[in-house]
Design a protein around this ligand. Structure first.
Ligand SMILES: Cc1cc2nc3c(=O)[nH]c(=O)nc-3n(C[C@H](O)[C@H](O)[C@H](O)COP(=O)(O)OP(=O)(O)OC[C@H]3O[C@@H](n4cnc5c(N)ncnc54)[C@H](O)[C@@H]3O)c2cc1C
Length: 435
C-alpha cells in the first residue's frame, strides 16, 4: 500500500460497503475495508439457512476472495467500536485505523422495542449464527415433540410463532409450513409434523405493509393455503421460555422467531450526528454526516427521505448508496462538489413456500408461481460467486422436485432446544417429559 495516497476506510462489507469498495477500484486511493466477519453475507437468503434449505457457505463469500484482484483494497477483520471524527480515526476492539475519507456501512440489527429480555426466547435473523440457531431450535422442536408423552407439551413443541409480517417473517413462516407439511411429513413415527401450528403475528393491519394492499392480501391467502395462521392487528406483549402473549391471548410455544423491529448499529451514536428513532444517522442528500464532509453513512445505517418517503432499508438501496458514495469520494478528492443521492426503486419481491410469492415492479404486479420465478431469477443473479449460484440453483431444483431440505442438521450446544440445559443422565434413554 502506498501511504501517501488518500486513505478511504469502509466499515462493513455488506451490500453498501462492498459496492463502495468496488466502486473505488480504479480510483487513486487506498481502500481499507473493515468487517467483524470475514464474509459478505447475502441476507435475503438467510431465511433459507434458518429453514434448512441452504447451507451457510452457499449464501456467503469470503471478502478477501471478492476483493482479491482489487489491488488498491485491503481487508481487515476487526470490530469497529467508535469513530473519532475529530482525529479522523476509527477505534477497533483491538487497534485503530486512520482515514481521510470514511464510509460507515455497518447496517442494522434487531429492535425488541425496549424488551431486550425477549431476545433469548425469540432470536432475530441477521447473521449466519442467527440462522443456524433458528434452524437448530426448529429441528430440535420436532425432535422433542417425537419424544414427548404429554399431549399438551407436544402441542407446544409443535407450535411455531413468527413475529413480524414483513418480507422476512412472511418468507420464514411459509418455509416453516413447507418443512412441516412436506419435508418432515414422513420422517417421524410418533408425531405427524403436518399437525404443526405455524403462526405469523403482525401488529399492523396487514402483512407486507410496504407492498400494495392487493399483494398483501394475496400473500396472506397464499400463506393460509400453506396452513399458516396469519394474525394481523396483533401486537406481541410478552415473550418468555414457554410462550408468547398477544394481547389477551397466550400462545404456548418453545420456538419464536423475531422478524419485527430494526435497530441501527450502535456505531452510529459515536458519530455525534442526529439520529432517527431507529438509531440511524440522518444524512444529508449527498450521504455525508452533517458537519462532517469526509464521513459518509450508507445502507441500513442511513436515514434519508426522498420525495417525502424514507429510502427503504433494502439491498438495492445500500448498493446504490455504495456506488454513489464511491463517485462522491473521487469528486471530493478532485475538489468537485458532491452530488446528491437519488434512489431508484426497482421493485420488491417476496417468496411464499416453494413455488409462490408476490412481486411489485411498479409497472407490473405479480403473484403466485410467476412471482416466485421472478424472485428465484433475481436472487440467483445477485448472489455472489459462480459456484454459489450453481449450487443454490441445483439445490432449489432438487428441493422443488423432492421437497427435500438438504441442510437439516442440528448443530450447536448438545443439539438441545432453547432455554433448557441438558438433562442429567444419558441422553435419549427415555422420552422427555418436559417441553
Ligand atoms: C433476513 C433478512 C432478509 C432480507 N431480505 C431482503 C430482500 O429480500 N431484499 C432486499 O432488498 N433486502 C433484504 N434485506 C435487507 C438487506 O439485506 C439490507 O438492506 C442490506 O443488507 C443493507 O446493507 P448494508 O450494507 O447497509 O448492511 P449489511 O448488509 O447488514 O452489512 C453490514 C456489515 O457491517 C458489518 N459490521 C456491523 N457492525 C460492525 C462493526 N462494529 N465493525 C465491523 N463490521 C461491522 C457486518 O458484519 C456486515 O458485514 C434483508 C435483511 C435481512 C436481515
Amino acid at each position: 500500500m502506498k501511504g501517501e495516497r488518500p486513505r478511504v476506510v469502509i466499515v462493513g462489507s455488506g451490500f453498501g460497503g462492498l459496492a463502495a469498495a468496488r466502486g473505488l477500484a480504479r480510483a487513486p486511493v487506498d481502500v481499507t475495508l473493515v468487517d467483524r466477519t470475514n464474509h459478505h453475507l447475502f441476507q435475503p437468503l438467510l431465511y433459507q439457512v434458518a429453514t434448512a434449505g441452504l447451507s451457510p457457505a452457499e449464501i456467503a463469500c469470503p471478502i478477501r476472495r471478492i476483493l482479491r484482484r482489487q489491488r488498491n483494497a485491503r481487508v481487515l477483520l476487526g470490530e469497529a467500536v467508535a469513530i473519532d471524527a475529530a482525529a479522523k480515526r476509527i477505534r477497533l476492539a483491538d487497534g485503530e485505523v486512520a482515514y481521510d475519507s470514511l464510509v460507515v456501512a455497518a447496517g442494522a440489527g434487531h429492535s425488541y422495542f425496549g424488551k431486550d429480555e425477549w431476545e433469548a426466547h425469540a432470536p432475530g435473523l441477521k447473521t449466519l449464527e442467527d440462522a443456524l440457531e433458528i434452524r437448530r431450535r426448529v429441528l430440535v422442536a420436532f425432535e422433542e415433540a417425537e419424544r414427548e408423552e404429554d399431549p399438551e407439551a407436544r402441542r407446544r413443541a409443535l407450535t411455531f410463532v413468527v413475529v413480524g409480517g414483513g418480507p422476512t417473517g412472511v418468507e420464514m413462516a411459509g418455509a416453516f409450513a413447507e418443512i412441516a407439511r412436506n419435508t418432515l411429513a414422513r420422517d417421524f413415527r410418533r408425531i405427524d409434523p403436518r399437525t404443526a401450528r405455524i403462526l405469523l403475528v403482525e401488529a399492523g393491519p396487514r402483512v407486507l405493509p410496504t407492498y400494495p394492499e392487493e399483494l398483501s392480501e394475496k400473500a396472506k391467502r397464499q400463506l393460509e393455503a400453506l396452513g399458516v395462521q396469519v394474525w394481523t392487528g396483533a401486537a406481541v406483549t410478552g415473550v418468555d421460555a414457554s410462550g408468547v402473549d398477544v394481547g389477551a391471548d397466550r400462545i404456548a410455544t418453545r420456538t419464536v422467531v423475531w422478524a419485527a423491529g430494526v435497530l441501527a448499529s450502535p456505531l452510529a451514536r459515536s458519530l455525534g450526528a442526529p439520529l432517527d428513532r431507529a438509531g440511524r444517522v440522518r444524512v444529508l442528500s449527498d450521504l455525508t454526516v452533517p458537519g462532517q464532509p469526509a464521513v459518509f453513512v450508507i445502507g441500513d445505517l442511513a436515514s434519508l427521505e426522498q420525495d417525502g418517503r424514507p429510502v427503504p432499508g433494502v439491498a438495492p438501496a445500500a448498493i446504490q448508496m455504495g456506488e454513489h458514495t464511491a463517485r462522491n469520494v473521487v469528486r471530493a478528492r478532485r475538489g468537485e462538489p458532491l452530488l446528491p443521492f437519488r434512489y431508484r426503486d426497482k421493485g420488491s419481491l417476496a417468496t411464499i413456500g416453494r413455488k409462490s410469492g408476490v412481486a411489485d415492479f411498479g409497472w407490473v404486479r405479480l403473484s403466485g408461481p410467476l412471482a416466485w420465478l421472478a424472485w428465484l431469477t433475481v436472487h440467483i443473479f445477485f448472489l455472489i460467486g459462480f459456484r454459489n449460484r450453481f449450487v443454490v440453483l441445483f439445490t432449489w431444483a432438487w428441493a422443488y422436485l423432492t421437497y427435500e431440505r438438504s441442510a437439516r442438521l442440528i448443530l450447536g450446544p448438545g443439539g438441545r432446544g432453547p432455554s433448557r440445559p441438558s438433562p442429567p443422565g444419558p441422553r435419549g434413554s427415555t422420552p422427555s417429559s418436559g417441553g
